[in-house]
Design a protein around this ligand. Structure first.
Ligand code: GLC
Length: 661
């Protein structure tokens, strides 16, 4: 059952598509049989005592565990490339949690600004959700299980985006492929070594001076012909689109946006100016439906050249610094210099070293993604001026919605690939997400795994992380182990930052191991895509924590390094270095399968309980649930080339499986 409560004057985020009346909060407990304290004095706070056995699921793209208990999280979309354990905010804002124990209750706090979740951080048994303004909708969902609650929630937020099948192929990306030749070299690197691939991503380097919807004509002399040449090789090129539009006289998109008043404005009506990759930029006001349609329409410039997929970036929106921020910094530095000169300059440097610099330093440290900047610009929402910080978490959602709505008009019969860095619940109807700038760390394989089911609860099914790690240098074994998890994530993309070690699979020794691991992905695509489409159509989760299916098995509930995939599979990737296998927990009998490097299959039935399984670097393990089977085909070089005549069924004899695509 879903109940909706309105507090104050909520902003209509359009996260929820189901329409039903909101009850005014009358001061009574709203959480089924759980007594809750709600206060609307001094902002909004919602609090209650958790049972010691309660597990708290949810929060989508958030740090730490599948069970969110024991820490705090803040929904405040942030461009932060250091996903260390203490971080409380990442790129997305997904304010949905499920408290699952003796009863099962889902809570969705539909509030587009900063909101914090203290889930047993201040006091181990207390859950407190707070935000500055008591203007929000609260949805309370009660059900018979965590699964049931998640499904009911999905039922009210609208169907998840379905990516084209080619987007289940493997993709290679790197910040730093500058020219058509660079991209051709990547394609040859894969094709010449028969490592399957379907996509090459184009990072900001393809643009002319980082201007959205432009292609550098020197680096890509005849882009349309190049896109076609790539298509002939079964490669889809996927360009990046950034949120900031470069300020440059003569750049049509900038000029049009200014003229039509489609950029975010300061209080005094001038266009807000922020520095991002291109230098000074304006942000398209994607919360204004007209501006959204205008910005979305620009994607056609690239679809007309043959492009059929995009990734939207820097849409928290990330701000390196603003004009105002630079002025404040100048002022603080000026004060420092004057204090220094006034004190007699270098002779007195020791006496005055402590005088002002901490102010300049504090400004310098905060100049990037400064919360103050988010209070300096406004949106025009259906004629109403809304200060950005009050709706901050909706920017990435609406930038991707701009693209999604436009692409549906541009090519109504064609599925396009679309995913974003920043998001809010509701964006799952328009595209997927990738989990941003992770690092080449072993711990980030596990973080990748743990985020997946939480994202699925919030509707985001087409998701994945930068395999191999974005920041810092990868290693061969890290990449192989990460790919063996990526085999199962809908988005399977190797991406890395400018200046890091080369990370394409063909750069490493024993290329055949990479060919094999990625080949396994292609062997499984008919199954994976089928489970993905079913999950999207039925509001189900593609990835589930073990506790969703085995809620009475405490050991299963506490297992956070294995996941259920679809209805047939359990995955348990290896995520530590220098090991020849790992321990797995089986809540019931399953068939352990390994895709061996020689193309054969290792199969063994394992009983309920704990097992140590050996998994070499070049093997891909999975488990098939008792009495079930999955289709597998022969490996192919591209999704298009998959031959369904080679299908065989793997798993338990007598089981049947229906492929949906
Ligand atoms: C951001 C993105 C990253 C991209 C880089 C350059 O850091 O998250 O994926 O490579 O910008 O565009």
């Amino acid at each position: 059952m879903v109940s909706k409560y309105a507090f104050g004057s909520p902003f209509e985020t359009e996260a929820v598509t189901a329409e039903f009346p909101a009850a005014a909060y009358t001061g009574q407990a709203v959480c089924g049989d759980i007594p809750v304290d709600i206060s609307v004095e001094n902002g909004f706070s919602f609090s209650f005592e958790m049972d010691s056995a309660d597990v708290v699921y949810g929060l989508g793209e958030a740090n730490r565990g599948i069970n969110k208990r024991g820490y705090r999280y803040v929904s405040n979309c942030t461009d932060d490339p250091h996903h260390t354990e203490e971080k409380v905010s990442l790129y997305g804002a997904h304010n949905f949690i499920i408290i699952s124990g003796k009863s099962h209750v889902g809570l969705f706090f539909d509030y587009p600004s900063t909101i914090s979740f203290d889930i047993g951080y201040t006091r181990p048994d207390r859950l407190t959700v707070r935000c500055e303004r008591a203007d929000l909708y609260l949805y309370v969902i009660t059900g018979g299980s965590a699964c049931d609650v998640a499904k009911q929630f999905r039922g009210i937020i609208g169907k998840s985006y379905i990516a084209p099948k080619y987007a289940f192929g493997f993709g290679q990306s790197r910040w730093g492929y500058k020219t058509a030749e660079d991209i051709e070299a990547v394609v040859s690197g894969y094709r010449d070594h028969q490592i399957p691939i379907d996509m090459v991503y184009m990072d900001i380097d393809y643009m002319q001076d980082y201007k959205d919807f432009t292609v550098n004509p020197e680096r890509f002399p005849d882009f349309a012909a190049f896109v076609q040449r790539m298509k002939e090789q079964k490669i889809h090129l996927i360009p990046i689109i950034d949120a900031g539009v470069k300020i440059e006289q003569g750049y049509d998109i900038y000029e049009e946006g200014v003229e039509k008043g489609y950029f975010c404005k300061r209080e005094d009506g001038s266009d807000f100016v922020a520095a991002v990759w291109p230098g000074w930029t304006h942000f398209p006001d994607v919360l204004n439906p007209e501006a959204r349609a205008w910005f979305g329409g620009k994607y056609q410039i690239l679809t007309d050249l043959g492009i059929d997929g995009f990734w939207n970036d820097m849409n928290e929106p990330a701000i390196f610094y603003s004009e105002e921020g630079i002025k404040e910094l100048n002022q603080a530095i000026g004060d420092h210099v004057r204090a220094f000169d006034g004190a007699g300059g270098a002779e007195n440097i020791l006496d005055n070293a402590h005088a002002v610099p901490h102010e300049a330093r504090a400004i310098l440290e905060q100049i990037q993604n400064n919360q103050e900047d988010y209070r300096r610009f406004y949106h025009n929402v259906n004629g109403k001026k809304v200060r950005h910080d009050l709706v901050h978490n909706l920017f990435g959602f609406n930038m991707t919605r701009a693209a999604g709505e436009a692409l549906r008009k541009i090519a109504p019969d064609k599925k396009m690939l679309l995913f974003s860095r920043s998001s809010y619940i509701g964006m799952h109807r328009y595209g997927g997400i990738w989990t941003g700038d992770n690092q080449s760390w072993w711990s980030h394989i596990l973080l990748n795994l743990k985020m997946m089911p939480s994202l699925n609860m919030c509707g985001f099914l087409y998701t994945g992380a930068d395999l191999g790690g974005f920041g810092s240098d990868t290693t061969r074994d890290l990449l192989l182990r990460w790919l063996a998890l990526g085999v199962f994530t809908p988005l399977m993309r190797n991406h890395t930052a400018l200046g890091t070690r080369e990370q394409e699979c063909y750069q490493f020794e024993h290329i055949e191991d990479f060919r094999h691991v990625i080949g396994v992905r292609y062997r499984l695509i008919p199954y994976l895509y089928s489970e993905y489409v079913k999950a999207a159509q039925n509001d189900d989760m593609y990835f589930r924590p073990l506790g969703f299916d085995y809620p009475d098995d405490r050991r299963a509930v506490e297992t956070e390094d294995q996941l259920l995939l679809g209805n047939e599979v359990m995955i348990a990737p290896v995520y530590t270095q220098n090991v020849s296998g790992r321990t797995v927990y089986l809540p019931e009998e399953m068939k352990f399968v390994k895709f061996m490097p020689d193309g054969s299959l290792y199969e063994e039935i394992l009983g309920q309980g704990t097992h140590y399984v050996e998994v070499a670097l070049n093997e891909v393990p999975l488990f098939i649930r008792k009495g079930r089977c999955i289709p597998v085909v022969d490996a192919a070089q591209s999704v298009d080339a998959i031959d369904m005549d080679t299908v065989q069924y793997l798993g338990y004899d007598g089981a049947a499986y229906e492929i949906v695509s």
